[in-house]
Structure formats: C-alpha cells, structure tokens
Design a protein around this ligand. Structure first.
Ligand code: NG1
Ligand code: ZN
Length: 533
C-alpha cells in the first residue's frame, strides 16, 4: 500500500458496493449509473496503466450506455489506433472492478504491472468523453479522480459521440506520422468527412431530405454541427428526436435499437409514404434506415441491408479502378438475416464470415480482407481498408478517365468511412453517397432482397451465466441438452433458424428466430423462449 499513497487515499472516496459483481462485457461495463462510481474510478487507473504499457500512447475512455435507458451508463476503453481495448486487458478491467477491498485492488494493480512488465516511470496519457446522460458529469469526475491518483496526464473532450472519441484517439496517436488520421477534434472530424463527401457527390443531383431520428441523444447536436459544415446544398437533413434535456427521453420509444427491435418507426416522427428516414442510437454508432410504402407498410433497411449496399458499390468501384486481386469480403453475426447472407454469397458473390456478437469480433475478422465490410444487423459497423488497398490506390496509374475517377472515389471513401469503429454519421454519408450515385429511392435499395421475417425476444432468466455458446453464437453448449431441443423446434418450420445467447449488455437471454412467414417466425420464437425460461 505504501507504493501508491495517493491511490489508496483516492480509492477510499470510491468504495465498491459489496454485493455487485461487474463484468467487462460485449461493450465494456454497462449498468445502472448509480453502481458505476467505483468501476469508473478503477477503469481510470487501468487506462493509465495501459498507456504506460504502450509507451505513453494516448488511451481513450468513453462514458456511455449507447442504446440503453437514460438511467444506465457505462464505460469503454479505446486503444491507441481507435480500436476497442485488447481482449486480455478486459479481464484486468473486471478484476480491478471486482476487488472487494483497497488491499486487493492494489494487489490486482501489482499483478497487472508484473504480468505486463510495466515501467511505472513511463508517462500516461488519457482522453475521455461522455454522451448526454445526466449521470455523465459525476462519472467523469470519478474517472478524473482515478487518473489523477496515478498521475496520468488527462484531458476531458466533453460531450462527443462514441465514434468521434475513437477518431480523436487515433488522430492523437498518429499525428506527424505517415498514418496521420486527421485533426484531433470534432471540427477536424467534420471537415474530414465533409470534404470526402463533397468529392463523392460532386456534380450529382441531391436526394430529397433525410429525416434523422437522433434517439434524443448526443447524435442530435453533433449531426447538426456536421450539417453546418457539409452545407445544405450537398446534404439536406431534418433532425428529429433531438431533446437531450428532458429526463428519461434518451432512447425512449425512438432510436435505432427501438426501430430495429420493434420493426416500426420511432415516436415523435410522422412518417409519410416514400419519405426518407434514418435512426441513430444514443451514442451515434448505430444506424438504420426505413420508409413507408404507398400502402403505409413499414420497411426496415437495417445493418444487413447497409452491408449489402456498401459491398455492392465498393466491389464495383474496385473493379472500375482496375485493382485486380483486391478482395472485398463481408462479416456478419448470427443475427444477420438469412436472406442477406444469401444475397451476399450468391448474388454479390462476396465471401461472408460469421463471428461472435460484438463489433470487436467483426472488426478483427474484417481486417483479414483487403476491403472488409462488417455490420451487425442492428446497424453497427463500418468498412475497413487494409494497408494493401491504400497502397494500391496510391500506386495505380490510371489508363482511362473512368479508372482515374474510380480511384479518386475509392480514396475519398477511405477518408469518409471511419476506420476505427462503426460510426452512424459516417455510415449515413456512405449510404447517401451510394444512393446519390444510383439516384435510388429507399424502396429501390430495398429491392436487393426480401428479409425473412425475424423476431428478437428478451427472456429474463434466473442466471444467464449458465448459457454458453459455441460456433459463433449459433449453438448452445450449456445448459446440456438444450441445443437438441432448439434443433427439434427449428426442424418444424420452413426456412427456420433460431439460436439463444446471453446478452453481454443486459441481464437477459436473447432468443432470435426467423422463418418463412411472420406467423411461423413468431411461433418459433415463442417455442424457443419457452425452452429457455
Ligand atoms: P448484447 O446485449 O450482448 O446482445 C448488444 C447487441 C450487440 C452489440 C452490443 C453492443 C444485438 C442482438 N446485440 O449486445 O450486437 O451491438 O449490444 O452495443 O443487437
Ligand atoms: Zn451505440
């Protein structure tokens, strides 16, 4: 204890509640905000150690609970290139969070230092931001307390979207290098995206306005700031559900998760036939589109549809650019609609990998392709361009004006698409660029394939930890025998598919089902939920 006197003193101000067990899950720590003070204080200590381990490179910390209710909050650590925290360190985060006493907290700190041979004399640099939740400022104070307790240099970036913080972290760590990523500020982010967008839509007829439901979250002020920079002549946006002040309004009956799960439009938006609509989630890293046809039937264009659109466009562009040998691949999870997998595989003829749920898994898989398009069905994803492609883009000497144009457009895409993490604003621009090039309505985009009816159900169980999955979440290995029962239920339905996995962000088990008709799909979901319960 004598080794870290200021840590001991500060940790006493942030005691761990005795009866809570914390887990750094799919998306960091996430729960009711009033349980997070000690967790966030300790995550600050870990962020500082991570920075020291990486020679003082800047680590990011984002305080948000994304699409979860306003009274929740959470925290995620961001590694130097803007990617999610390395997996081995997730375990340290959980161990630190769960240390019952200060003595044990110090013991965990010592273990992390020893296991990673951390040189404590190295500097530590950390930047952090938060979304618009009311609990944010107090949690930021706890984080700052943890960072100061171990003498880390730290800077508060204020209120940002999650992807903006990831962007800033990468910019800070690449400044002045050949991999420089941009100006490390929100303004730099807007400028980079807007410049690339202008290059890509230059000379094309602008689409009709897009209504953007911002889930009453941080996306609202940020997309407004972006709209100012990009200019209305290039992109007409109508911002809705932008109330970040009213308590409890965040994600309430609106936002990308609500629209995806309920398969209807958000409250607060009066949908008109053939109007153009999109929803962001509470920290603006997820995006879905939707419209209502002339019969007032709702149609969702989710992450799978975005992936299909992006893969199609980029594959054509790579061909037009004459970049032979560059492979375009896609990554999905078990939640991807079966029709989308079929479309990618058989119509677009691009490879499709399936990973476990959670974007960090998709991200790493996508890095294996030259161009890796990854999206979760819920609208979280991006497109990664490997160093090989970036090199090819800069090296290729074009023989025709058409080829030169394709190369210039690919280059602009690499600037416009956030390379660190799924980003709703950046993804929205990608969709708008493609639709502008094609002069497509949302209904025309929707023609690519017809989704199989699907249903996602939350089941509250006594202990979700007994559910363990294998085969990229598609099967259960525990509880023993349950998978056979699920298989039995699925076999009764044409085009039936169903799987069960424990949520990493909520205390529930999720049941997914799809089948040939809406009725059969609901029946299958109901039966499988009955098996789990
Ligand atoms: P959990 O709660 O583990 O299902 C949800 C999403 C994930 C991912 C994380 C992080 C679904 C079915 N699950 O995880 O895909 O996006 O949140 O936000 O959409
Ligand atoms: Zn989110």
């Amino acid at each position: 204890a004598t080794r870290y006197p200021s840590l001991v003193e500060a940790a006493e101000r942030h005691p761990k509640p005795a009866d809570v067990t914390y887990a750094y899950g799919t998306a960091g720590f996430r729960m009711k905000a009033n349980l997070l003070d000690s967790v966030i204080f300790r995550a600050g200590v870990l962020a500082a150690l991570r920075s020291k381990k990486l020679d003082g490179k800047t680590i990011g910390v984002m305080i948000t609970a994304s699409h979860n209710p306003a009274q929740d909050n959470g925290i995620k650590l961001v590694d130097p290139m803007g990617e999610m925290l390395e997996q081995t360190w997730e375990a340290y985060a959980s161990q630190l969070a769960n240390a019952p006493t200060i003595e044990e907290l110090l013991a965990v700190v010592d273990r992390v230092i020893a296991a990673n041979k951390i040189d404590l004399s190295k500097p530590a640099n950390v930047v952090y931001a938060r979304d618009t939740r009311p609990s944010g400022p107090a949690l930021v104070a706890a984080l700052a307390d943890g960072l100061s307790a171990v003498q880390a240099q730290h800077r508060d970036e204020g209120i940002l979207t999650t992807p903006q913080l990831h962007y800033i972290v990468r910019c800070l760590n690449t400044q002045g290098t050949p991999e420089a990523y941009g100006e490390p500020s929100a303004a730099g982010y807007y400028k980079k995206l807007a410049d690339a967008y202008h290059k890509l839509v230059n000379g094309k007829t602008r689409l009709s306005p897009l209504h953007v439901d911002c889930a009453n979250g941080v996306g609202a002020p940020k997309i407004r700031e972006f709209a100012q920079v990009v200019g209305e002549a290039a992109l007409a946006l109508i911002v809705t559900n932008d109330d970040t002040e009213t308590e409890g309004s965040l994600n309430y009956q609106c936002g990308a998760d609500y629209v995806k799960v309920n398969q209807h439009g958000p409250h607060g938006v009066e949908m008109q036939p053939n109007g153009r609509y999109a929803s962001l989630d509470g920290d603006a890293d997820r995006l879905v589109y939707y419209y209502m046809d002339n019969d007032r039937v709702f149609h969702l264009l989710d992450g799978d549809k975005i992936a299909g659109l992006a893969a199609m466009f980029i594959k054509d562009l790579v061909t037009a650019a004459g970049l032979e040998g560059i492979n375009v691949g896609t990554v999905q999870t078990a939640y991807a609609n079966g029709s989308s997998t079929n479309y990618l595989t058989n119509i677009l003829q691009v490879p499709v990998s399936c990973t476990q749920t959670g974007v960090k898994h998709l991200h790493h898989e996508a890095e294996k392709y030259d161009v890796g398009v990854y999206f979760e069905a819920n609208g979280h994803g991006t497109v990664l361009f490997s160093p090989v492609v970036l090199q090819a883009i800069s090296d290729t000497v074009s023989r025709t004006p058409a080829q030169a144009l394709a190369i210039a457009q690919l280059r602009a895409l690499t600037d416009m698409i956030n390379q660190t993490v799924g980003d709703a604003i950046s993804d929205l621009l990608l969709v708008e660029v493609i639709l502008t090039h094609k002069q497509w309505t949302l209904s025309q985009w929707d023609q690519a394939y017809t989704d199989l009816p699907s249903r996602l159900v939350r089941v509250v169980v006594k202990d979700r930890n007994i559910f363990r999955t294998i085969n990229a979440d598609r099967q259960l290995e525990s509880p023993a025998g349950m998978q056979a029962l699920i298989d039995g239920a699925v076999a009764k339905f044409a085009n039936g598919r169903s799987f069960v996995r424990p949520s990493g962000t909520e205390d529930v088990v999720r049941v997914y089902a799809e089948a040939a008709t809406r009725h059969e799909c609901d029946e299958l979901a109901f039966r499988v939920a009955g098996l789990v319960f």
